[in-house]
Write a protein that binds this ligand. Sequence first.
Ligand code: GDP
Ligand code: IMO
Ligand code: MG
Length: 431
Amino acid sequence: MPVTIVLGGQWGDEGKGKITDALAASADLVVRPNGSTNAGHTVVTDDGVFKLHVIPSGILYPHCTCVIGAGVAVSPPDLLREIATLRERHPRLGQLYLSDRAHVIMPYHPLLDLYEEQRRGAAGIGTTLRGNGPAFTDKVARRGIRIADLLPGAEPLLRRKLEILLPEKNVLFVHLYRQQPVDLEAILEEAGRWGEQLLPYVIQAEVFVQDAIAAGKHVIVEAAQGTMLDLDYGTYPYVTSSPPTAAGACQGAGIAPTQVDRVIGVFKAYTTRVGAGPFPTELHDEVGQLLRERGREYGTTTGRPRRVGWFDAVAARYTVRLNGMTEAALTKLDMLDPLPEIRICTGYRLGAEVLTAPPARIDQYEAVEPIYEVLPGWRTDTSRATSFADFPPEARRYVERIEELIGIPITMIGVGPARRQIVWRHAEALA
Ligand code: GDP
Ligand code: IMO
Ligand code: MG
């Protein structure tokens, strides 16, 4: 069966865009199942660097159809801007469709995101301020606005929904945050314009995707974020608000678990995270600084410096199992080239105990001490490697040790940002 899920195995920014783009060369359909403009997926081609936020990373291939699924929250002005920018820079794009069931990031959502972060102060989550959390909160509270509600003909429905919703929002704006209220008529007018502009893209995405699967098309589901940012299994409350897991990818794309045959977990050869929350292997020394600068570890969406640390095999093994990953892609191995030694976290020490999976209690997660295994570095340029045999023995050993610890094969190894800078390892990865 031809469905492949690509998802993040860490805290996001693992290189999902690059891996999806590489696989999309031979795919018919790429579906985005979750997240919103909070995501930033980078694809580097001969035409330049493309930063995609809600549009799937297959869009740069004219043969590839891209679908924004029901599980995504879409900011219409951001999406329209993303489409316009791409069209300007890359005239040969794939076809783009948008689910009529996707939720809308309304103008009040980014404001609520900002004011709530300000109210939390030092206890802030460090969100991307794109309105993601408030939009998914409204979805779960069953008062969200969906793309279908914006379309021509749906104005009375949208008005009725907003008439109930906005008084509640305005109590928060005026009395809690001490800000201006939002105006119903202004929002209705703006929403009407969005509906007209989005209309050509809107379809019943789950039906379209199911038809494609039935026709034997090769479908990739490109999830956003990473499993350690999942609401249930991540570092709650320092997480995002839609599920970045394989289960979430199925749900958001309208695909059944029984239709999936590959789940590719993308991992960076070290770890990064943006925003607040536990990060046991975080480096505050010159190695961290070197990786941040060398790896250009600054957020694709917000430009914030990413926190940097060693590979965390405890978290990785946990996400491998939760997602039923069949294989892994290890990106940015080249970033480790200059290091004399490299560490892998193989356990968390908590008092007298050694944990082999992340604890639920956030104060405990913040208190764990990483147990490290130290491997020799290779101090050789790997960026031109084209096969596993090209790597120095120490680099091969590092990759193989991670495979042993996480329990699945690493079938792709990233050695640079460009499309061709992937070392493919097992024959099945080329299929
Ligand atoms: P995503 O959100 O998972 O798609 O990842 P991002 O695009 O936010 O961040 C990954 C960054 O690493 C991007 O700047 C990529 O161009 C870059 N990148 C991906 N794979 C590699 C690799 O193997 N080597 C190097 N040097 N850079 C890479
Ligand atoms: P991609 O798809 C890395 C993080 C934010 C913050 C937390 C909650 O590029 O890997 P939100 O705005 O979602 O409410 O923020 O989640 N976060 C990401 N971190 N990569 C992402 O996406 C992220 N999307 C959200 O930094 O800590
Ligand atoms: Mg990213």
